[in-house]
Design a protein around this ligand. Sequence first.
Ligand code: APR
Ligand code: PHB
Length: 392
Amino acid sequence: MTEHTQIGIIGAGPAGLLLSQVLHLQGIDSIVVERRSPEYVLGRVRAGALEPGMVKFLRAAGIGERLDREGHPHKGIAIAFEDKRFRIDMEELTGGGYLTIYGQTKITEDLMTARAERGGNLVYEIGDTSIHDLDADRPSIRYSKDDEEHEIRCDFIAGCDGFHGISRPTIPGDVLKTFDRKYPYHWIALLTESRPVSEELIYVHHERGFVLCSMRSPTQSRYGIQCGTEDTVDDWSEDRIWSEISARLSPDLADSLDTGACLDKSIVPKRSFVAEPMQYQRLFLAGDAAHIVPPTGAKGLNLAGSDVYYLSRAFIEYYGTGRTDLLGAYGATALDRVWKAEWFSGWMTELLHANPNHGPYDRRAQIAQLRLLSQSRAAQTALAQSYVGVPY
Ligand code: APR
Ligand code: PHB
């Protein structure tokens, strides 16, 4: 069976759903195909720290109501090292910018609801996805569902199918360039039923390894604990988790640490990855399909947002005025912001993690960098500007 639409979107993660919603509000049709079930997509905990640009974009996409009601504004963060802790006042140093804590799970839910309320065409639990005729006026996506073959003919295809999707590998090998960096440590990422250890996020550098102390609500905490690259979730019992967090926190924080049940536990590999170009003929990549950042800088979800902002703007101009220049420049425009976030996320990661390959000199130099940051308004301002994000 063949269906026709304007934009065929592969992947119903934050990027695909947000693109479909924003285009719908401008009268542009799309069909979203997703290999997993809605429950599976919703069940992924992942990110939750939103740049002001992302918050503004989500409001413009019509899903700001619950975000404004339940989102937690975070005007500053704390960085801890050698039992010292200092605060970086994001709002003051950036002239008003700050992050909002609002879980990706809620964003995905809000987008799913918004698409359902507006008759969005989303197809879940598909298989055998493939892309065809990208050099033709009407390329197509083929997939199977319930033992039937389906085809979507469209003007353009948006590859929002994440790092393990089929879109990026569809770009010929002699065209696609990839830039990759792996780190000698991963994270155990946790969602726990426990009171956050602090009102604001704390990034802890410790010789035993990094800890991120974040939250999702006054009763739910989100932790990222540096672990080995060979570790599995089974290696990290709840006892080990809480004793390790406690060992890496300063005594005052460790004393007030509230422990609770683990609601979600996963290994998050630390990787920096960029694919170029982010477009090929009538295929456009957005989000994790084109780039991965280590989560230390809270950039992954926000980059998926800015990609969708640039891509939707290009489609809207194309259908509204016939302009093709924004479409032609999409990749270059998105990559400028992507590489700045890649650099920042890599820098934050290496600044704050205990690198097993570091010798005594590197460890001393790392502490000196943290001391400099704790004493330099200029260094804190530079961090704050990248943390709240480069304007779209
Ligand atoms: N066919 C259909 N769907 C697919 C296929 C395929 N062949 N391959 C993958 N998908 C789906 C996945 O099941 C997933 O739901 O594409 C979706 C991609 O979603 P994400 O991985 O969440 O990627 P994206 O939307 O780009 O969001 C990325 O959100 O999760 C945070 O930190 C993460 O930064 C990241 C951002
Ligand atoms: C999160 O709460 O998920 C989070 C916050 C800040 C980060 C990374 C993740 O740097």
